[in-house]
Design a protein around this ligand. Structure first.
Ligand code: NAD
Ligand code: UDP
Ligand code: UDP
Length: 328
């Protein structure tokens, strides 16, 4: 093994973000150990990496201890879509809390740097807008989203306690809504839902009045931010927001996707899920200053690439009758 090559553990490596991270790390010449229990991840996300000399996969649930020797850990294992993380809420809390304890225990034993994929959800229904990292959030601890939000909040607490108490080299990023190829086609997240519905000519399901906002980051930008965070000096622990500050309403997103796909789909109203945040947008001043990072892919470009991915998948699975008009 070369002196500079690192052995890097990616938990949740078969998921949407994790598989893109594995791609990036392998391209940079690192050795990657992907750990996943395939709850929401898919083998096909990492199929192209099987056989790569620097890539290894282990089926494992991180709520159980893991003994391996690594230099860095990216802790991404956790379902991210509201539909998936509410499917078994107790397991969701366990993944965040027990998973963090095990991965921090591992990092402590081997002296590895460890990055936590935290989330904008820790801000809950924010009363500060855009959200800065020193805002402590407004989470309903009893609601249906709490298993995810509170689990991730507790994981952050554990990271900072292991840093203070055991001098583990931690990095915490708070990821805002991210989209791109390899999103699941049926996990309920808005970008994949709208694109798949538009491509199939089905009704586009807009929850509530569609005035709620999100800010969407293209996956390549997100991975660049994540890798930059791991590489930064040890005194930069975070938390640091990583997201795209271009904020739009869900109605506008639906209109964009209809235009880009050339779809004939209608927008239809559906009830707003409980505790669905009204607005969300990152303040990325810290990421700009400390990581020299900011997103580069504009929404329209990222949507085009994501639409192309789903169009291919739908054609391959023959669930799409005829050709798809992807717009100009
Ligand atoms: P995803 O559901 O595609 O990936 C999560 C991966 O973790 C899956 O491969 C799943 O099988 C695996 N996993 C779940 N439980 C596990 C367990 N107990 N042991 C081992 N593996 C397990 O989601 P994603 O969008 O790729 O999200 C990755 C991480 O980033 C998550 O921690 C999520 O909270 C965080 N995040 C994502 C977003 C986003 O917009 N995508 C936003 C904020 C935070
Ligand atoms: N752990 C692990 N891999 C390791 C070291 C620890 O999975 O290489 C787990 C172990 O199960 C332990 C947890 O991490 O319960 C926390 O470890 P720590 O050393 O902080 O505390 P312990 O519980 O061992 O006192
Ligand atoms: N949403 C929607 N239609 C859908 C799926 C989601 O209008 O088919 C809305 C949802 O109510 C929320 C926003 O889109 O306001 C983002 O939802 P997503 O589940 O992608 O992420 P999160 O709520 O975790 O930000």
């Amino acid at each position: 093994m070369s002196k500079t090559r690192k052995r890097i553990l990616v938990t949740g490596g078969a998921g949407f973000l994790g598989s893109h991270l594995c791609d990036r790390l392998l391209r940079e010449g690192q050795e990657v150990l992907c750990v996943d229990n395939y709850f929401t991840g898919r083998k096909e996300n990492i199929q192209h990496l099987l056989g790569h000399p620097n890539f290894e996969v282990l089926r494992h649930d991180i709520t159980f201890p893991l003994y391996v020797e690594v230099d860095e850990i990216y802790n991404l294992a956790c379902p991210a879509s509201p539909v998936h993380y509410q499917y078994d809420p107790v397991q969701t809390t366990k993944v965040s809390v027990l998973g963090a304890i095990n991965m921090l225990g591992l990092a402590k034993r081997v002296g590895a740097r460890i990055l936590q994929a935290s989330t904008s959800e820790i801000y809950g229904e924010p009363t500060v807008h855009p959200q800065t990292e020193d805002y402590c959030g407004n989470v309903n601890p009893l609601g249906p989203r709490a298993c995810y939000d509170e689990g991730k909040r507790c994981a952050e607490t554990l990271f900072f306690d292991y840093s203070r108490r055991h001098r583990v080299k931690i990095r915490v990023i708070r990821i805002f809504n991210t989209y791109g190829p390899r999103l699941h086609d049926n996990d309920g997240r808005v970008v994949s839902n709208f694109i798949v519905q538009a491509l199939r000519g089905e009704d586009i399901t807009l929850y509530g009045d569609g005035q709620q906002t999100r800010a969407f980051c293209y996956v390549d930008d997100l991975i660049t931010g994540m890798v930059s965070m791991m590489a930064v000096d040890d005194d930069v622990t975070g938390p640091i927001n990583i997201g795209n500050p271009h904020e739009i309403s869900m109605r506008t997103l639906a209109d964009h996707i209809i235009a880009l796909t050339g779809s004939k789909s209608r927008i239809v109203g559906r009830p707003l899920p409980q505790n669905d945040p009204t607005q969300r947008c990152p303040d990325i001043t810290r990421a700009r200053r400390l990581l020299n990072w900011e997103p580069r892919v504009p929404l329209e470009e990222g949507l085009r690439r994501t639409i192309a991915y789903f169009a291919d998948r739908l054609v391959q699975s023959s669930s799409l009758p005829g050709a798809v008009n992807q717009g100009s």
